[in-house]
Design a protein around this ligand. Structure first.
Ligand SMILES: Cc1cc2nc3c(=O)[nH]c(=O)nc-3n(C[C@H](O)[C@H](O)[C@H](O)COP(=O)(O)O)c2cc1C
Ligand SMILES: [Mn+2]
Length: 483
């Protein structure tokens, strides 16, 4: 059964023993960030902070910071392997479902306009020491519309509090919000915006996922959830938001006004940029449910909730892109490992069928929007499990000759705020492609059993099956499943 909202998900987490509810008073200034950091490090439960200093509203975080909870959100068994999680994600997102429109919804239970607007009413953490402010938008959706075509976009772009009624936002030119904003700027008009916080667990996966332009993220959110997303219209503009959101912030972004925003602990695990003048959001209205639950996440040094979720979403989407958009056959799996930040590295396992098959894959990814923050690509053969980092290391020694299989591409598209790049060169980045594969052109040899590469040293399938059958009789304890 899909989860309609954040509350249903929290209820299920509680029932499954996946939730820690924290009655002790905690400080929104740094302490929450520290607790979340430790909890992420030990792959702990989802957290509901119920007693935050100066506040009565609770904060929910770490909802999908482990694969078992991502499985739960997707309706899979708790110990589903990563390959299965990504495969399910791929299947569901590939069948979009149009949203349903409602006249009203739970997010309208409280409507605050004008003088009633006070963003400091929510327990927004100052997440960690180097952050330039309190970030209210860390696990949210920012909704805007193309003023020419009417295309609606929903993306996750960080949002900082300036004061009770004003927010700062980072808008990159090559992101969809950037495309919309450029048009409004040319028209010299303010851009209407809606920010949604606290929603059904699969929606943020869609908001952080680079889907093609002119496509509506709500359709994909419906597909992924297996049920149409119910939408309601904003109070002060024509944008639509999920009806069961905990909090909705409505406002507009003037074309030229700037205020200092940042820095922010980035997905790279560093502070890659300094505070700079960036666009502001003037908030006109806040709507929220009764007893709202604030939702946020700590970004920073991997692996955090955002890295894990980006890893799942990008792996699934890149697989679809390579297979269906680029028409590349023979792909066993695509993995953007969470340990590399979820965005920065892709491993693709492929059954090579023609010359340069492996390299085409790397070029395809690096040249696409899925490669917006992608730096390095590793290609392995189809018998190497791309979801098992140990096997990738093995492959990089046993099948790679550096002069043949390592390529460095210079001045490609780099992730902005990449800490390894000089500030003046931000946006440009070098990439490596590693083809840790059996060379396509090698010929069969008798000493290799007439294969084109030396055989892998491993007991035969027949032996392994027979051992498996008798395994319990040997009295050897089985290794605990690693998640
Ligand atoms: C927690 C979090 C914060 C993010 N903040 C930003 C941001 O400030 N600016 C940005 O361009 N992308 C940011 N991203 C990445 C975008 O969400 C991602 O590139 C997404 O594809 C953007 O949506 P779009 O493809 O519709 O433009 C963030 C991702 C996460 C998970
Ligand atoms: Mn988009």
């Amino acid at each position: 059964m899909p989860f309609r909202d954040l509350r249903e998900f929290i209820k299920q987490l509680r029932a499954k023993g996946e939730l820690a509810e924290i009655p002790a008073e905690v400080d929104w200034r740094y302490e929450i960030g520290g607790i979340v950091r430790k909890n992420l490090g030990q792959q702990g439960p989802a957290l509901l902070f119920k007693n935050i200093k100066d506040y009565s509203t609770p904060l929910f975080t770490c909802g999908v910071s482990t694969y078992s909870r991502v499985s739960l959100a997707l309706g899979l068994p708790p110990h589903e392997p990563l390959e299965g999680i990504i495969s399910e994600f791929r299947k569901k997102i590939n069948v979009p479902i149009k949203p349903r429109k409602s006249a009203t919804g739970a997010c309208k239970e409280n409507i605050l306009v004008g003088d009633q607007v006070n963003l400091l009413r929510f327990p927004v953490p100052l997440w960690q020491a180097g952050d330039g402010g309190r970030y209210i938008g860390t696990w949210h959706g920012v909704i805007t519309q193309d003023p020419e075509t009417g295309w609606t976009n929903a993306g996750m772009y960080r949002v900082m509090i300036h004061d009770e009624k004003t927010l700062g936002i980072l808008i990159a030119r090559d992101q969809h919000i950037g495309l919309h904003y450029e048009k409004y700027r040319k028209m010299k008009k303010a851009m209407p915006v809606a920010i949604v916080i606290g929603m059904a667990p699969l929606l943020p996966f869609i908001f952080l996922t680079p889907l093609p332009s002119q496509t509506d993220e709500y359709d994909y959110a419906g597909g992924l959830s297996g049920e149409a997303v119910e939408l309601v219209k904003c109070e002060t503009n024509d944008l639509e938001v999920p009806a069961y959101s905990e909090i909705v912030i409505e406002g507009e972004i003037p074309p030229e006004e700037r205020r200092t925003e940042g820095p922010f602990g980035e997905w790279t695990g560093h502070y890659g940029g300094k505070s700079s003048p960036r666009p502001v959001i003037h908030v006109q209205c806040v709507t929220h449910r009764n007893d709202p639950i604030f939702r946020g996440t700590l970004e920073g040094k991997p692996v955090n909730e955002d890295h894990l979720c980006a890893s799942v979403a990008l792996s699934a989407l890149a697989h679809i892109f390579l297979e269906e958009t680029l028409g590349i056959a023979g792909i066993r799996g695509v993995h953007y490992p969470a340990v590399s930040g979820g965005w920065g590295m892709a491993v693709v396992s492929v059954n090579q069928r023609y010359p340069a098959h492996s390299r085409t894959i790397a070029h395809g990814l690096l040249g696409s929007k899925l490669g917006a923050f992608l730096k390095n690509v590793i290609i392995v053969d189809e018998d190497v499990d791309p979801f098992n980092l140990d096997e990738i290391w093995w492959s990089m020694v046993s099948r790679l000759q550096a002069s043949r299989g390592v390529t460095i591409l210079q001045r490609g598209k780099g992730a902005f705020m990449d800490p390894s790049q000089l500030p003046e060169l931000q946006g440009f980045g070098d990439s490596f492609i590693v083809e840790a594969v059996k060379p396509y052109e090698w010929q069969p040899r008798p000493e290799w059993g007439n294969k084109r590469f030396p055989p892998v040293a491993y007991p035969s399938q027949e032996t392994m099956k027979a051992v498996e059958k008798r395994w319990s009789s040997f009295g050897i304890p089985s290794k605990k499943e690693k998640k």
